[in-house]
Design a protein around this ligand. Structure first.
Ligand code: UDP
Ligand code: MG
Length: 313
């Protein structure tokens, strides 16, 4: 098998047949499998997938979830079942034109030094606030996390098996695939593509869902919010010392009368400082536990030379 195409579908009854027809027309000369994942659709998506399978068993594969597990889960299931030399994701709603698959495929065929092609949206089709929100999120994410995210890059990507294996090796349950793509590294070529309007049905990612998704991304890839407390604590402690010195000068040099309120403010700032710093210490341990529980690989191998399966030659 040369190419595996992973297609997460939730309530896409109006798009599936069109998409498959376009895929089939586009990929005439490539040996491919289209892995449809029905992510708990409540419309006729699964019925349509059954029909497609009956019609073209050579190309169509269907995985159907027992309920909606969300797109991230569908993508992982696709990766785990893909058998192609190259794997790619494409949405079911025809917003990502299958013609770009050929562009990605040819790029990988002709550029052995690249492991992945990622399509970047030329025309972001979100309106006003969503667009602002998305840009703000990527800025925040890039400043908080060690990984870097391309703001207009989507999950519309094609990659070699080394990337696929690496993606699967991150076995965390709260998956943020965009971040995982960045985390695993490899040589990525970014190419522009034009997003098309959804042909049928509605987007599952409204404003609230997008905010939740953004929050999950930060949770999965940054422990900096946990360190916020330590920084606040240090500031509070510093403020208490500075205020202590100011009061000292006022009382000893300038002849002010000592006031209980001064002492109370100094004490409060000092105690807050200590508390926040200790919270930060707990945060640091939680961050370590979090990293251990996620059990990400310590390193990812891109290529091996001179090793047999049995060990070093
Ligand atoms: N999708 C999915 N499970 C979900 C939500 C979405 O498999 O819980 C699929 C959906 O069918 C589509 C792709 O993920 O193929 C992208 O979803 P959508 O078009 O709603 O997102 P948008 O393009 O608006 O970001
Ligand atoms: Mg869409």
């Amino acid at each position: 098998m040369k190419l595996s195409i992973i297609i997460p579908c939730k309530n896409e009854e109006g798009n599936i047949e069109d998409l498959f027809k376009k895929l089939n027309d586009t990929l005439k000369n490539i040996k491919y499998e289209a892995i449809f994942i029905d992510d708990g659709s409540t419309d006729k998506t699964l019925e349509k997938l059954h029909k497609l399978y009956e019609k073209d068993m050579q190309h169509v594969k269907v995985l159907s979830f027992s309920r909606n597990f969300r797109k991230e889960a569908a993508m992982l299931a696709g990766l785990e079942h893909a058998t192609g030399e190259y794997t790619c994701f494409i949405d079911a709603d025809l917003q990502q034109n299958p013609k770009y698959l050929i562009e990605m495929y040819e790029f990988l065929e002709n550029n052995k030094n690249y492991d992945e092609v990622s399509m970047v949206m030329k025309n972001v089709n979100h309106k006003g606030i969503m667009n602002l929100g998305k840009n703000a999120f990527y800025k925040l994410m890039n400043s908080l996390c060690d990984i870097k995210l391309e703001s207009a890059a989507s999950d519309f990507r094609m990659f070699r098996n080394n990337v696929k294996e690496a993606m699967i090796s991150l076995s965390e349950k709260n998956r943020f695939t965009k971040g995982i793509f960045s985390w695993v590294g490899f040589n990525v070529k970014y190419l522009p593509y034009e997003v098309e309007p959804r042909t049928s049905g509605n987007s599952s990612f409204g404003f609230i869902a997008s905010v939740k998704y953004a929050f999950e991304g930060i949770l999965a890839f940054s422990s900096k919010p946990l360190k916020l407390s330590t920084n606040l604590g240090i500031l509070s402690l510093l403020a208490s010392f500075i205020y202590f010195i100011v009061v000292l000068i006022q009382v000893l040099a300038l002849g002010y009368k000592m006031n209980a309120v001064y002492a109370l403010i100094i004490l409060m700032l000092f105690m807050f400082g200590i508390q926040f710093i200790l919270l930060g210490v707990i945060g640091a341990y939680i961050s370590n536990i979090n990293a251990e529980v996620k059990n990400r690989p310590v390193y990812i191998v891109k290529e091996k030379l001179g090793f047999s399966d049995k060990g070093i030659l």
